[in-house]
Design a binder for this molecule. Sequence first.
Ligand SMILES: [Zn+2]
Length: 456
Amino acid sequence: MNDLAIVGGRIFDGFNSYDANIYIKSGKISAVSSEKLDAVEVYNANGMYLLPGLIDPHVHFALNLGKYTSADDFESGSIGAAYGGITTFIDFLDPVTKRREVEENFSKRMKVASRSHVDYSFHMTIAHPDFSPRELIGSTLALGINSVKSFTTYSVSNRMTEDGYIFELLRESKKAGVVATFHAEDDPMILYNMSKVDKHLPRDLPLFHSYEVEAEAASRISTLAKLTNGQAYIVHDSSGRSVDLLFKNGIPHNLRLETCPQYVSLDDSIYNEGPEEAALHSLVPPLRSKEDVELMRCHLEKGTFHTIGTDHCPFKREEKLKNMNDYDGMPNGIGGVETSFSILYTLFVSTGKIKMNDLVKMQSVNVSKTFGLVGKGQIVIGTDADIAIFDPHKKWHVTSTALHTNSDYTPYEGMKLKGKFVSTIVRGNFVVKDGNFLDDSKGEFVKRGPVFWHTL
Ligand SMILES: [Zn+2]
């Protein structure tokens, strides 16, 4: 006897779409069939789309920046994620410089993450480590983590890792089955741009973090990927012109690109709407010009991006506004887990620009394959029963009061959207059921062993 039957829906698994029922037993998918099989509970999904649970490769819950901590902890963040169809997310460990911090930072993060209601993993994060890439990779894999994030900038806060280390890390990544991920912006260019004005204001973000800053560093990572044949991944690609440059020079098979919904749906005109709006939309990389956004959309449509992450990192309105006249103290970031899929569905799928399965690939299947999340991102017998149930006909508009974030505003306020998740299931248990959150749901840490990339 199955525990749960989801009947009457249409499956989109990232490759095919077809009408079938999904059966679940002991947290795993036990059958996918058009036949009626026995189950303790039957969920009627008539008219709904059934997707493999989404996987967000880029969130910052309870990110401690010293003076401020991002508004969503693992509890509120994971609830918002579940409402956005996300059944697994990858957060980050605090940056590691010394060898002993590898395990220390892992246990610290594991403790706070235990409050998550959906499944989770972490990226190792480094800040110019004083031990070798080989040792780093060994100790990281021992924790069940197969990805390492480096910054090519933020020398000011001591988080930047130098190219020599990155080169060796990339070379080792291929052999060991690790993914080297990069926040790619050129540090000296940012420092130079910032030195040009006496007073740093949020509205000048596009000047400090210009598209050229991203284009330079992303091109460098692409070159290092070509030279090493390592497994390289650039997070939050934001600028169409930067991606264009990568594309024209040839994106190697061993470089994967992530973008976020904000870079295809919002633009930098908001920075001219006064200091408050500029502060509320401060994020790095910043929102880009209309030209960049248009190019980003073209690249998304032609399949340049492998994955979508949200870079979910909201703060409270008051925390942003306190720094509106002095950018140097600004906590950067905006929210996104709950709205990501619906925004992209509205912009690209409902308009016929991309297929539903293309979006499912970028938000689930490809993330699973890139980061070695075995048993996730598939609707196949024997895999984890992580299912997101989407109503493609539901029309809604975004309001911060209706979202589940702890932040008190959203950059998408008033945006009219088509399609909404109604229920989200993690390992056979409802986290959200018909719009209601179920408190007894509990997320688990997902161990990730060595991953060796094949074509997506
Ligand atoms: Zn981030």
